[in-house]
Design a protein around this ligand. Structure first.
Ligand code: ADP
Length: 258
């Protein structure tokens, strides 16, 4: 009787496992096809988009032959093309990171994070001033990490762009770099509109945006922070967020020191 009960138990757990496998397999497969489709589509869209962009730029360079109405329409096409190009590049980047996440980690060269951030601070100080925001940066010297220079620039550019975008005129954006044990800690902080607590777990999802009235006049596609998170993960780092509505936000990025 005991053996019979045990056999039933083993058989039912085996069939349960088999059923789960059979249900999950097609889901995994369609997820894989979706990622491959995104990678292929974004790759194929690059050339026609470049052709449209070049033609529009050519027309704009001969603006004297255009009526005001046509010039305005061409400006609209140009801005829409730029937006689609941006979206395609972001999707391509994310689909590439999805594929690479399954491969062994890359061996990155050693790079000076302080120098990368210093360059960004120079350019963002000007951007902040254009929106009448203060910009403060405090960067420790000689902070070396192993990484991809372009991706790290992208990561902190996205965070700084958000801070500027979501902070009202008269506010302040801060960029700090320090060493913490075996990590470089970069903090991007602002005293902007802040993020409601219930949205914080959602902000790194692809295409997620808070579309409430708080955001009515800000543009975005909701891919910036998904890219930030993908880059942090590729560099074996960590990202934390603290935010309070009406008080501001602080994004803390930890990257292992070289
Ligand atoms: P986008 O800015 O294009 O909408 P992101 O992925 O960069 O997309 O950000 C997702 C959402 O997170 C934003 O729409 C916004 O609601 C919120 N967010 C990100 N950074 C900040 C910030 N510094 N202050 C307030 N909200 C922010």
């Amino acid at each position: 009787m005991k053996i019979g009960g045990l056999t039933v138990l083993i058989l039912s757990s085996l069939s349960g496992g088999l059923l789960t496998f059979m249900v999950i397999k097609p889901i995994k497969q369609s997820f894989h096809y979706l990622k491959q489709f995104t990678a292929d589509a974004s790759h194929e869209l690059r050339n026609p988009l470049t052709a449209i962009k070049t033609s529009v730029e050519l027309m704009q360079s001969r603006a004297e032959n255009l009526s005001n109405d046509d010039a305005r329409k061409i400006a609209i096409i140009s801005s829409a093309t730029e937006q689609i190009k941006h979206l395609v590049e972001d999707l391509r980047f994310l689909s590439q990171t999805d594929v690479m996440a399954h491969n062994s980690p890359l061996e990155y060269p050693q790079i000076p994070l302080d120098e990368i951030l210093e360059d960004l601070a120079d350019s963002f100080e000007t951007q902040a001033a254009c929106k009448q925001l203060d910009f403060e940066s405090r960067l420790s010297d000689s902070v070396l990490v192993k990484g991809d220079m372009h991706q790290l620039k992208r990561l902190f550019t996205n965070l700084l762009e958000n801070s500027i975008k979501y902070t009202k005129t008269g506010g302040i954006v801060k960029l700090y770099l320090e060493k913490r044990k075996n990590f470089a800690l970069v903090r991007v902080e602002d005293n902007g509109i802040g993020i409601p607590q219930e949205y914080i777990p959602l902000i790194f999802q692809r295409f997620w945006r808070d579309d409430s009235a708080r955001h009515q006049d800000t543009e975005g596609l909701g891919l910036g922070l998904a890219i930030v998170q993908a880059i942090v993960q590729k560099h074996r780092g960590k990202i934390n967020v603290k935010s309070k509505v009406g008080v501001g936000s602080s994004f803390q990025v930890y990257l292992p020191l070289a």
